[in-house]
Design a binder for this molecule. Sequence first.
Ligand code: BEZ
Length: 212
Amino acid sequence: MATLRLGDTAPNFTAESSVGQINLYDYLGESWGILFSHPADFTPVCTTELGTASKFKEKFDARNVKMLALSVDGVASHKEWIKDINQVQETTVNFPIIADEDKKVSKLYDMIHPKADNNLTVRSVFIIAPDKSIKLLLTYPASTGRNFHELLRVIDSLQLTAYHKVATPANWKQGQKVVVSPSISTEDAKIIFTKGVEEIKPYLRMTPDPTT
Ligand code: BEZ
């Protein structure tokens, strides 16, 4: 399998998980999706990540994003680990964790980086649009837990820019001013963006978030 790139179709798969067999496309339906891998069960950083992710589920739901985690251990191990996560993180894991014992999905999504570890997945993130195209790929090392605020922020940007001819500037957060897409002339932008367009440079035009 060639390396996945932005815009590629997320490969479909069927795999065992903590809640039974899952087919990726059936699970996602018409929703957006976030698929994120963890090096292994009963590891400290992963335990904090899965607890945190569970507490963020309402926020992902509000954005119509289905969550799906993956670790290379089996279903029985996942179920025992989930008990620990629920206890120490004071939460309830509320999304499936794929049990990728044969590493079928990890290999399909290139989640094993041999120079990091030949047997464990790195912390990969794939954000998948409703048309199943990959909109974001991230790779973190095992030693760095992910920032779920940042993942939500990227989803907000992806969902905004999917429907409006805008881009989002550095450190942008929902509700803040956005950048007019370079493909639009300032003249046209003033017609499209009725809340106003500020031309800082001919190539840098700002407008209020069109959704707020
Ligand atoms: C962890 O989740 O804590 C972890 C897993 C593998 C290597 C290092 C840390």
